[in-house]
Design a binder for this molecule. Structure first.
Ligand code: ADP
Ligand code: MG
Length: 260
């Protein structure tokens, strides 16, 4: 029997260009759990995601992150992917000259540490693309080039479904999606839910959480988690915004910090 996947973020502090953004993040995710992080713009949600993935722009100054008993922060970016961490980005990059299928196939090979046969790859990719209602042409097009916002998001989920990560971080995967696309993406996520996989869903709106039911909802403000609860917390935030939490905690308005 393999151990239950376990990701522990302990007192994580990180800065960018000498500006401290993460100010003592604590979060623990186990296999089978879906955690949602909500919070105002500019509060450090994407910074958390990028820091976990090892983006070189962010400098960790304190704290630790343990993935299945190993020190994540010591790992290079590709090692983090091999360890099972995956990020669906808020703003996926376009890469000209690399087709979607070539990119996905090399990503799968890197993740699994062995070559997947072309036949098997095509079979898996076709299956996932039909779940996501993506047109065949997407496999031959250059990575995200000329994709609409919604198509890029679907493509991120396609990557996730093919890579079969242990921990999936979805950063604003719902932004820019109409209701039909949102349901399709949510179906893809729900299909992936299992006891040996954990999710961290970063979202601005409660809407996605109607389709992907979280076990835990956390509110992030000023670089740390300030409140945790169940799905009812997301509903209250949707109805009342963040002011009541700010008042409860005596936090000054931080929208001056926002750049998004
Ligand atoms: P969120 O995802 O919660 O909206 P971000 O993590 O994107 O927030 O940003 C958190 C803070 O970090 C913001 O104040 C933003 O202005 C700042 N920030 C993000 N990227 C950079 C950068 N490249 N240079 C300087 N500051 C940045
Ligand atoms: Mg963000």
């Amino acid at each position: 029997m393999t151990a239950v996947p376990h990701l522990q973020i302990k007192n994580l502090r990180a800065k960018i260009e000498d500006k401290e953004i993460l100010k003592g993040m604590n979060l623990e995710i186990k296999g089978g759990e879906v955690h949602a992080i909500m919070g105002p713009n500019g509060t450090g949600k994407s910074t958390l995601a990028s820091t976990l993935m090892g983006h070189p722009k962010y400098e960790v100054t304190e704290g630790e992150v343990i993935i299945n008993g190993e020190d994540l922060l010591e790992m290079a970016v590709d090692e983090r992917a091999r360890a099972g961490l995956f990020l669906a980005m808020q703003y996926p990059s376009e890469i000209s000259g690399v087709t979607n299928s070539d990119f996905l196939r090399s990503a799968i090979n890197a993740r699994r540490g062995e070559e997947i046969s072309l036949m098997k790859f095509i079979r898996e990719m076709d299956k996932k693309m039909s779940t996501l209602e993506m047109d065949d042409s997407f496999s031959h097009r250059y990575l995200n080039e000329g994709f609409s916002g919604g198509e890029k998001k679907r493509n991120e989920i396609l990557q996730m479904m093919l890579l079969e990560p242990t921990f999936c971080i979805l950063d604003e995967i719902d932004s820019g999606l109409d209701i039909d696309a949102l349901k399709i993406v949510a179906n893809g996520v729900n299909e992936m839910r299992s006891a040996d996989r954990g999710f961290l869903i970063i979202t601005h709106y409660q809407r996605l959480l109607n389709y992907v039911k979280p076990d835990f909802v956390h509110v992030m403000m000023q670089g740390r988690i300030v409140k945790s609860g169940g799905p009812e917390l997301a509903e209250r935030l949707e109805a009342e915004g963040y002011d009541w939490i700010k008042e409860e905690l005596g936090i000054e308005d931080e929208t001056v910090n926002a750049n998004v």
